[in-house]
Design a protein around this ligand. Structure first.
Ligand code: HEC
Ligand code: HEC
Length: 256
């Protein structure tokens, strides 16, 4: 059954790409180097210097959601992923294969994480208090990003450091603003938009707050994380368990 599905998908891939071949004809070290140059100019901003991700997911894994075969990678790159920030690229055939060769060269089989995902799920819901801020499968808080597919998007190293050193990973969309109006009322929220005269925030209850800057006595942008650093609160083995749990979150509803 799996084989049939795989063949069918491969067939769609070929049909979609007209006459594109299924295996990469451009895999010499020179091709990989040429692909690397294209990668650095077109992909690095989202997938990171070594492919382990940033704004976009880790693409060094052996179990990519959209497939690891040469044909699947060529498809992902040439059609993009609709509804996400993954754009479609118009490379010529040779360039496309060179970049596929480069992406394949980044492949890194991660050893399975050392922790126990079931124990990690219990810490996530219990002692860690993670569910207060994060949703998984539609359950949980909204202060932090939804983690339903975080295991498919992030490397083990990223997951571990997100827990231990959250300040390293704050992107501008997670910056917060702490302000006080001239009437002395404190306001705090995530920064949605800002221009010279006004400011839009999203507060902890997802309410939109619009402020005129001249009405504010003080305001400052907080670029540090809203997420507490857990290095002191959790033991090494609890962190391992949490990482193992997060790594199972691939959005298939199959988490323990
Ligand atoms: C503006 C950001 C952005 C750029 C630039 C970008 N990507 Fe992506 N890419 C993404 C996002 C976001 C996803 C995940 C989409 C999703 O969640 O389904 C993705 C997904 C992918 C995937 C599939 C990963 C998987 O799990 O199956 C591959 C492969 C990929 N990108 C390769 C590339 C290559 C190669 C380039 C450069 C030619 C590139 N991307 C440029 C944002 C980007
Ligand atoms: C007070 C709210 C809060 C709590 C509690 C919290 N987080 Fe977070 N978390 C955030 C926010 C906000 C971010 C977004 C980036 C940032 O600001 O650090 C984040 C980011 C993350 C990320 C990175 C996601 C990504 O896509 O890179 C992971 C992983 C994560 N948290 C896991 C956890 C785990 C595991 C726990 C419990 C041990 C936890 N968080 C508890 C607020 C929280």
């Amino acid at each position: 059954m799996f084989l049939v599905a795989a063949l069918f998908l491969a067939w769609i891939g070929v049909a979609g790409a007209e006459e594109r071949e299924n295996t990469n004809p451009h895999t010499t070290p020179e091709d990989v180097a040429a692909g690397g140059r294209i990668y650095r100019s077109h992909c690095i901003e989202c997938h990171g210097r070594d492919g382990t991700g940033g704004r976009g997911p880790d693409i060094t894994r052996g179990d990519l959601r959209y497939g690891n075969s040469d044909a699947a990678l060529a498809d992902t790159i040439s059609t993009g992923i609709p509804g996400t920030s993954m754009p479609l690229f118009f490379f010529n055939g040779k360039q496309l294969w060179q970049i596929v060769a480069f992406v394949q060269s980044l492949r890194r089989e991660e050893p399975p994480p050392p922790g126990d995902p079931i124990a990690g799920a219990a810490i996530f819901r219990g002692k860690g208090g993670c569910l207060n801020c994060h949703m998984v499968d539609g359950q949980g808080g909204r202060q932090g990003p939804d983690l339903t597919t975080v295991g498919a998007r992030r490397s083990l190293r990223h997951l571990r450091s997100a827990i231990l050193e959250p300040n390293q990973w704050v992107s501008p969309q997670d910056w917060r603003i702490r302000a006080r109006t001239t009437g002395g009322v404190p306001v705090e929220g995530f920064r949605l938009n800002e221009d010279t005269h006004s400011l839009q925030l999203l507060d902890a209850d997802d309410k939109l707050i619009s402020l005129v800057k001249s009405d504010l006595e003080t305001y400052r942008i907080i670029k540090t994380s809203a997420m507490p650093a857990y290095a002191e609160q959790l033991s090494q083995s609890e962190v391992d368990d949490l990482v193992a749990y997060l790594y199972t979150l691939r959005g298939k509803g199959a988490s323990p």
